[in-house]
Ligand binder design. Structure first.
Ligand code: FAD
Length: 389
């Protein structure tokens, strides 16, 4: 299959710049040549394809929208297209790229000291150093304001105590951005280096979803870090939420890629699979499914493109990101399930991709604000009433 062949009912291609198209095609080729051939094995084994990280660094995919410090400094649409193309192959790999760029490099870039930026960003852009983001705790997911991790100042150090749950890149990371409450009750971000006594990363096993991603619990027990490891500009939970907005923006784009991959697979299969003496693509019920998925993918593409152009102008609102994340992931998950159905019994085999995407998208539906939490964010904007407080 031509890796550049993909659904584009509304000629959205024409709305992209030449540079954006070139970046998209390069990443699509990388995903097709490098991720797809190994993704089944890594999904079976439950392992992150770590060998791909240096090449993702070389291609400029890590922290791609950040300026300076060896980052590619790309615009929001080009960045979104990178997420789309990586997730066309696998949501786990896209999660790796999102966490590295939007949740670990971004807070260092925007809220860190010059020294922290110089030390961490160039090797992170090259993929030589890996980051993770620890906000969620075992008892605080949708409601991070309740988090229990504490940071106590002790001379030239901070001492951190607490547990972080579901941390992507957790066992791999050289640097963890840990969100904790100080004795004064202020939420702050702290940089905790791998190997610091008192930090333990425990792999979470038994996942049906995002199997090609490293997910861990982090335990911080009297974990002493130098005083200068606090991110100086983080003073309040809103700084953690700013990181989430960066990541959610990329997720909205990524979901399009997963949906397109499922659609392409189901379309191809439906034209080849013969039942009742005809290709199943000739049956009206199958056609209705394909038409529905194609329409929803087109709507998702238009939402993201508009969102990206707003972000370019610096005019993006958090509730707009919620609309796109909520809508696009919902419809990608629905598309993956329907495509698995179109593949019949074969659809449950891992030689096909739709069911892996379906299982992955169950996580994407839940993380970075669940589907319902995004409904509450959108409705708060509409009504002026926050239902989750
Ligand atoms: C594979 C994976 C990777 C992840 N990676 C990271 C990471 O790198 N860093 C990180 O910090 N976190 C990460 N997360 C955590 C993720 O963000 C949380 O799982 C998510 O925020 C939901 O929290 P929870 O699992 O505690 O569910 P809960 O908050 O307990 O929600 C359970 C259900 O209750 C609903 N609910 C909760 N509150 C309300 C309300 N007020 N109104 C209506 N419904 C409500 C939810 O919508 C959901 O359906 C990851 C999660 C997974 C599964």
């Amino acid at each position: 299959m031509d890796p550049f062949e993909s659904l584009d009912l509304f000629d959205i291609d024409a709305l992209l710049t030449e540079e954006e198209r070139m970046i998209r095609d390069t990443v699509r080729q990388f995903a097709s040549d490098k991720i797809l051939p190994c993704i089944r094995e890594h999904t079976r084994e439950g392992t992150l394809p770590r060998h791909l990280i240096p090449e993702m660094g070389e291609l400029g995919l890590l922290g791609a929208n950040l300026e300076g410090y060896d980052c590619a400094g790309l615009g929001p649409v080009a960045y979104g297209l990178i997420m789309q193309e990586i997730e066309r192959a696998d949501s786990g790999l896209r999660s790796f790229v999102s966490v590295q760029g939007a949740l670990a490099m971004y807070p260092i870039h925007d809220f860190g000291s010059e020294e922290q930026k110089q030390k961490w960003l160039p090797p992170m852009a090259r993929g030589e150093k890996i980051g993770c983001f620890g906000l969620t705790e075992p008892d605080f997911g949708s409601n991070p304001a309740g988090l229990r991790t504490r940071a106590r100042k002790d001379g030239d150090s901070w001492i951190l105590n607490g547990n972080k749950m579901w941390i992507t890149n957790g066992t791999t990371a050289d640097i963890a951005v840990i969100w904790a409450r100080t004795e004064e009750g202020v939420f702050r971000g702290f940089l905790v280096e791998k190997g610091t006594p008192g930090l333990e990363a425990i792999e979470i096993r038994g996942k049906y979803s995002l199997r090609a991603s490293d997910t861990a619990e982090l335990v911080l027990e009297d974990c002493r870090i130098p005083a200068e490891n606090v991110l100086p500009k983080t003073e309040g939970l809103k700084y953690a939420l700013k990181c989430l907005n960066q990541a959610r923006y990329g997720i909205a784009w990524g979901a399009i890629g997963a949906a397109q991959a499922c659609f392409d697979e189901a379309l191809r299969y439906s034209k080849e699979r013969i039942q009742f003496g005809k290709p199943i693509a000739s049956f009206q019920l199958v056609q209705q499914k394909l038409a529905h998925i194609a329409t929803e993918i087109t709507k998702s593409q238009l939402l993201c493109l508009r969102l990206g152009r707003l972000k370019e102008k610096g005019d993006i609102r958090h509730y707009q990101i919620s609309v796109a994340k909520r809508n696009n992931v919902f419809h990608a998950l629905e598309a993956a399930r329907t495509c698995r159905d179109i593949l019949g019994g074969n659809g449950i085999l891992d030689e096909y991709h739709s069911m892996r995407h379906m299982m992955n998208l169950e996580t994407v539906f839940t993380y970075e604000g669940t589907h319902d939490i995004h409904a509450l964010i959108i409705a708060e904007h509409l009504t002026g009433i926050a239902a989750y407080e």
